[in-house]
Design a binder for this molecule. Structure first.
Ligand SMILES: [Zn+2]
Length: 520
């Protein structure tokens, strides 16, 4: 190119420039373009398919931009998406996905398309939206998806503080699951909210013997405990609740001497609370020979205490040591105050016919596993001043369900496991007729914040069993079976209660011998 040519070209460009600029200005604002996905003002290369049911977005490029790991199974039909700690499982053609533990239905199923699997808008909201706090704004008139890091949500929180049988339960309830972290400090539990802001409940004074105060800041909740209290936390779903059980620090006796061995022993010492049923004017069942249930349960409880402490590294607390009347609620209160690892309530059965015999082990359920279990619970529930009248109505039932939900529900799997061991040992030791593990709404088990069972050690209404129960050798066999069951229970690794889903209703009752006939 010569010098002249260059000058001509430059002049032409200079002349044409205003025209070009004018043309640019005069052009309509948005030329017809395909759909777009925009994150923080930057367009992402995400293929989008517009369908009558709404837009579908290619998943892989979104994973690259929003974070997460995407894996597929061998068939290529199912995908596993991990966002932070949450697993999302989704399948081509299936409008149901799982997000963590939750099952979520989508407006339309994911399909295979340009760029691999494509997912609808609500998929994005229920995964990255819920987990990482992104917001997804689809503007149909522009065919654009605007993704932004969501403004912090304002989440309402409600507070309940219930003092229940020696233990205070603090419940923080949220309409949606917040992102949070729990910090346990000496005397204080802090709930730190991560991305969201809290709308605290109306200020109310907490008056409680274990919790001094609960205070709210936009991103923090502080539960202030009294000096010798400590808290354990767990979660409940639907609605989402953070629950804190506040106890006095364990009253376990401190062994003499500061040796490491002693400290080890102390930390491995478990507390078993044994509850001799009835007492005082509450005699319980009376046998045909005149023996009262309350007398036998106390004798059996004392024997059990002696054998347990001899054989196992346990501390045993009896709910009563003499012939005194004790409300049902106080019995669980003693167990909660002592931070018991196990609660065993001892009883003797009665039935109208004199032929019934055998032992039965129960754990708690809101409903009885059969009519016999129901009547056994009804019989035991009338004793104790704090038992509700049968006609006390819906309110009491609701309250009972709350107690049930809070205290015993996350120990049910362990209660069931222990009940199975007790029943198996009793059957084997005594060649007793197997009456199986049963579920029933025993009031004495409600509110127990540890695995808890009620054992009916035989039928005092049966003259043969009444006589046998007065024989120390026979009682020793019963006690020995219970000690073995406790030993086996403590040996085995515990079910992680926080990951234990609630048991199904009592149709799922476990019977170690499904064939055993129904007693008269
Ligand atoms: Zn009883």
């Amino acid at each position: 190119m010569t010098e002249l040519h260059r000058l001509v070209l430059l002049a032409t460009l200079l002349l044409a420039l205003p025209l070009l600029v004018a043309a640019q200005i005069g052009r309509p604002a948005a030329p017809p373009r395909g759909p777009a996905v925009v994150l923080d003002g930057r367009e992402l290369a995400v293929p989008v398919t517009i369908t009558p049911g709404g837009p579908l977005f290619a998943l892989r490029p979104l994973v690259d931009s929003l974070g997460g790991q995407l894996g597929g199974d061998d068939t290529g039909e199912s995908y596993n998406l991990k966002i932070e700690a949450t697993e999302v499982v989704t399948g081509i053609g299936n409008a149901i996905i799982t997000v963590g533990e939750e099952i979520v239905s989508l407006s339309q199923p994911p399909v295979r398309g340009e760029g691999g699997p494509q997912v609808p808008l609500d998929f994005l909201r229920k995964t990255w939206g819920a987990v990482s706090g992104y917001s997804f704004d689809w503007r149909p008139e522009e065919s654009r998806l605007i993704i932004s890091r969501r403004e912090s949500r304002e989440i309402k929180v409600t507070l309940d503080v219930v003092h229940l049988q020696g233990m205070t339960t603090v419940v923080l309830q949220f309409p949606e699951t917040p992102r949070y972290r729990i910090n346990q400090l000496p005397g204080v539990v802090e709930v730190q909210v991560l991305a969201d802001r809290l709308a605290p409940p109306a200020r109310k004074k907490v008056e409680d013997s274990l919790v001094q105060d609960v205070t709210f800041a936009p991103q923090q909740i502080r539960i202030q405990l009294v000096p010798d209290a400590e808290a354990e936390s767990y979660l409940l779903d639907n609605p989402f609740r953070l629950v804190f059980d506040v106890h006095r620090k364990s009253a376990a006796p401190v062994p003499v001497g500061p040796s490491a061995a002693a400290a080890d022993l102390r930390s491995s010492t478990r507390t078993i609370v044994v509850d001799p049923g009835h007492g005082g004017t509450e005699t319980g069942a009376i046998g045909p020979g005149g023996v009262a249930e309350k007398e036998l349960t106390l004798v059996l409880a004392r024997d059990l205490e002696a054998r347990l402490t001899q054989r196992l590294p346990v501390r045993v607390v009896l709910t009563r040591t003499d012939d005194s009347k004790l409300p049902l609620d106080s019995r669980t209160a003693i167990a909660n105050q002592n931070k018991a690892d196990l609660f065993i309530s001892l009883h003797l059965n009665s039935s109208l016919g004199s032929g019934a015999h055998g032992a039965e082990t129960y754990f708690l359920s809101s409903q009885a596993s059969d009519t016999h279990a129901e009547s056994a619970a009804a019989t035991e529930n009338v004793s104790g001043a704090a038992a509700p009248a049968p006609d006390s109505g819906q309110e009491t039932q609701d309250l009972q369900m709350i107690l049930w939900d809070l205290a015993q529900s996350h120990h049910l799997a362990e209660s069931q496991r222990f009940a199975g061991l007790v029943q198996a040992e009793l059957n084997q030791a005594l060649e007793l007729k197997d009456r199986g593990v049963k579920q029933a709404p025993f009031r004495v088990l409600m509110g127990a914040a540890m695995p808890a069972v009620l054992v009916e050690l035989g039928f005092i209404s049966n003259p043969d069993e009444e006589a046998k129960l007065q024989n120390p050798a026979y009682r020793a066999d019963l006690v020995e079976a219970l000690v073995r069951a406790v030993g086996r229970y403590l040996e085995a690794p515990q079910v992680d209660r926080r990951s234990t889903p609630p048991l199904p209703p009592p149709q799922g009752a476990v019977r170690s011998n499904p064939g055993s006939p129904t007693p008269p």
